[in-house]
Design a protein around this ligand. Sequence first.
Ligand SMILES: [Zn+2]
Length: 659
Amino acid sequence: MLQTNLREIDVDMDVDQVADYIVAHGARAWLIGVGGIQAQYPTELAFHSKNLRLSQRHSGDLIADAVRAAHSRNLRLLARMDFSKISAQAAAEHPDWCYLSSTGDLQEHSGDLVSVCPSGGYYQERMFDILDEVCERYPIDGLFINWTTMNEVDYYKRYHGVCHCSNCQKRWLEYSNGLPLPSGPNDPEYAVWLRFSRDLIDNITARVRTFIARRLPDAGLILGKTADIMFHEANNAVGRELWHHNTSEVISTWTSYRPDVPVLSNSTTFMDMPYRMASEEPAHFAQYFLQCISRGGNPSTYMMGVPGKIPYLCMDVAGEILRFHKKWDAVYNGMHPCAKTALVRPDRAYMTASQFVDSLSEFRGLYSSMQEVHILFDVIAQEHLVATSENGGLGRYSVVVLPNVGKLNTSEADVLDNWVALGGRLVATGNSGVGDGGAVQLQSLPSKHQRAVISKRELLFSSYVAPAQPERSVHTYTGPIIPLVGTYTLYEWKANTRNKWGVLARAPFAPPEKAYGNLQVDQCGFSVGSHHQGKGIVIPFTIGRGYRELGLRVFRDLFTTVLMEEGKLEEQCLVDVAEQVEVTLNQNGKKTVLHMINMSGARKQNFGSHIPIAGGSVRVPSSAISAHALVRDEKLEIKDGLVNLPTIDRFEVVVVENN
Ligand SMILES: [Zn+2]
């Protein structure tokens, strides 16, 4: 897909020229701004602001012209709507539609716009009048509704807090049974409020979907999690720490959950909203596309205005990858993830702000650990865990990893226990699965009760995890020695569990004259227990966070060793290539599809130029009959079950045909 994000001055665009450009770019669909904040067609609804420059067009209707240009080229036309803001005049007439801060202020923007609240009458009713008008007039092929959020943050990235409009107050009272409405993330009720707002948005999505299905049965809806097409916007932001695997992670959370529902990843050609004219770095932009297709998503380019008016440097590489994706449609159409390991991504809606920061750091450290040693895995969003079990998806995995997620909800604990009982191997780090009062919620884990959590930095200084030391009192140690950072959870263990490695308790670390005396105490580095057919493994310290924050390989090595030895991981394909390559595993019928993305260009806020990576190999299953490198478009020899990889430039895709 290619999105032309219209400015009002673009209304005079030559639609034929733009449609030709989109076809040449390799896109199969055109997403164009249609209405909401501003109508690009002659609307008859009084509250719907119309682009006054429409009169510059001979037809007076940009959308009618665009539909004709797209359809005459076999290009689908998708309508972008944005109901998040209204004109100041409409806001003055309908203050009850608007976002309202806890101090009673509206949220006003440049361009004379005011933020709307999804609780109010605009989203709940008038939006459907606009959708009705659009569907009535134009044979569009799909609909995208932008920015359907509770508008806590504005374009300036200023945080305004939780909406306090009268509609929100009323709905919240019913939802929460009288809890106080929180102001923001630091209030204890905020996690509940996140679930409240999620439900509210899901409800709107479901209603829009029903509505569109009735009006335009063949059109797809892109909005929220109950829509026909899942949507992710890949973007960068000034002042936001970059997580280099973000697109890969997000797309995986959707394809692991419902492999048959299409996911669209719309990649932003510019650096950030406040710098819409500054092109994204091409190498970074390529990562959005590659990570998207490597997880089974559909790539898309999102640009401002009319092609050619603003010099976006990343259009060439975007076109190359889009055309590659189109060329190999037989590989991508119907491709599903098939890794045996799943890493659970924590859910902010069940945590406090600081718990979430800790858990996310743990998650990212474990992600990097597995990515670097090429343990092939999918990401399951915690909020999809129960549904993934219900739709049978969880049974595909032999190992599931919980990254210091704290308390689970009851159904999550049940689902995981049942899965372990049937043979799954659950690896829980930190305080995963610890409920109120220190109760361990998961029957499948070897831990019985949480005695205490040590999280104060100073109390962990000079403490380590290490293999069992042969002597308890000498000053000579057996390594590797792993420093404890983040948290260490003390558990009471069940009988018949195997506790391995140990903690070297803290000792003075300064001045040097006194820096000695760490003794191994009766606390473990990890513990393993059986549960029916399966196994529970607890790593009581934040091993992922340690790797993420310190980068010492000893964290990664211990975690991945536990995973392979205790998790008994049997990979379909064993990939041996530099750790700067991210590898993902999918299948399509009898094809095994390995994506290999060269990440050697990673730097602080983006990706720069990469180093070509040579010397990799893949051990393929005995059922393999042929292997094909798609980027080079050449056959690869399989010799004694081993395929030598060609040099990986930006990326390579190896398709193994099995019999
Ligand atoms: Zn509200």
